[in-house]
Design a binder for this molecule. Structure first.
Ligand SMILES: [Zn+2]
Length: 98
């Protein structure tokens, strides 16, 4: 182990590989990318399931006659997918097991 005044080599939280300039308690770029891919995969699946439920709700509850209602419903379904994907991805990055 090298002691210096600058940023020392810090072990990755997941694989233990020492990386120069890494912050304590964080992953190296490779482990971060792997973790991000896992979180994105999970977020995509859960967001799709949530969006299907939202689409079903809009299909059942919003009357078809004023077309504008269905258009706003479709916008809400699309927004649900985007928001759910982002929220689940962020939570998964925090809580997925290492
Ligand atoms: Zn690593």
């Amino acid at each position: 182990m090298r002691l210096s005044g600058g940023s020392p080599d810090v072990p990755c939280l997941t694989c233990g590989k020492r990386v120069f300039g890494l912050k304590w308690g964080t992953d190296c770029p490779e482990c971060h990318a792997i973790r991000q891919a896992r979180a994105n995969r999970l977020a995509g699946r859960l967001a799709l399931a949530g969006t299907a439920l939202m689409g079903l709700y809009v299909w059942v509850r919003v009357p078809a006659e004023p077309v504008l209602g269905r258009i706003y419903g479709a916008i809400a379904v699309a927004a649900t997918y985007i928001l759910l994907r982002r929220i689940v991805s962020r939570i998964a990055m925090e809580y997925l097991p290492r």
